[in-house]
Write a protein that binds this ligand. Structure first.
Ligand code: URA
Ligand code: SF4
Length: 203
């Protein structure tokens, strides 16, 4: 059976999950990536932030949100009054997917099959961390958390209930990479402010 399920320890706490993750062969993405990028932050947290997948920097360093998009995220969390050190952050997909362009490795969006394959890790993390709120950065993260597609533009600014008595509420916002692309442009201020406002729903 494809997918991560057989590698995910049953009822594992975050440490057990992190320890097991490097062994995952739930999809083919492990093969070209440098290493698995699991999560950061306390094993019990009120707020969980879910991104899409590690980027180039994250793949090299083995930690989520250490690159430029991570900087935008931590600035936005701070502006929203959320202590970034108390947030548990992770990704929908734990290995970096990319295409090579000469010496550069360009981010390639994970496919639905990668999302589905990797989802057991995310669900196990959410069960272990037991947050009050899960913030989804972008449509890919939202799909992984909610289990179905949403349009970010339609659901941002709302607090959603997760399915099946998950015990946490869900907030969907734009991915900080989308905000990052507007740096230096007139749209930046409004895009950053909207991200901060959405993150404020998690306080
Ligand atoms: N973007 C993500 O979605 N996750 C990371 O860890 C870094 C950048
Ligand atoms: Fe396993 Fe997820 Fe990595 Fe695929 S991306 S190998 S499912 S950890």
């Amino acid at each position: 059976r494809p997918g991560a399920e057989q590698w995910v320890p049953q009822d594992g706490d975050v440490d057990a999950l992190r320890e097991a993750a490097p062994g995952c062969r739930g999809c083919e993405l492990w093969a070209d990536a440098t290493q698995v990028v699991f999560s950061a932050g306390p094993a019990r947290a009120r707020v969980v932030v879910v991104g899409e997948q590690p980027g180039d920097r994250e793949d090299r360093e083995g930690a989520p949100f250490v690159g430029p998009a991570g900087r935008v995220l931590s600035d936005a969390l701070e502006a929203a009054g959320i202590d970034a050190d108390r947030v548990y952050s992770t990704n929908a997909v734990k290995h970096f997917r990319f295409v090579e362009r000469g010496k550069r490795r360009l981010h390639k969006k994970p496919g639905v099959a990668h999302l589905e394959a990797c989802r057991p890790w995310l669900l196990a993390e959410l069960a272990a961390v037991s947050p009050d709120v899960v913030v989804c950065l972008g449509a890919t993260a939202a799909r992984a958390v909610l289990g179905h597609d949403v349009r970010v533009g339609e659901v941002r600014g709302q607090v959603l209930e997760a399915e099946q008595d998950a015990g946490y509420r869900v907030v969907v916002t734009t991915h900080p990479s989308a905000v990052l692309r507007l740096r230096g442009k007139p749209e930046w201020d409004a895009a950053f402010a909207a991200l901060v406002e959405d993150l404020g729903l998690a306080t």
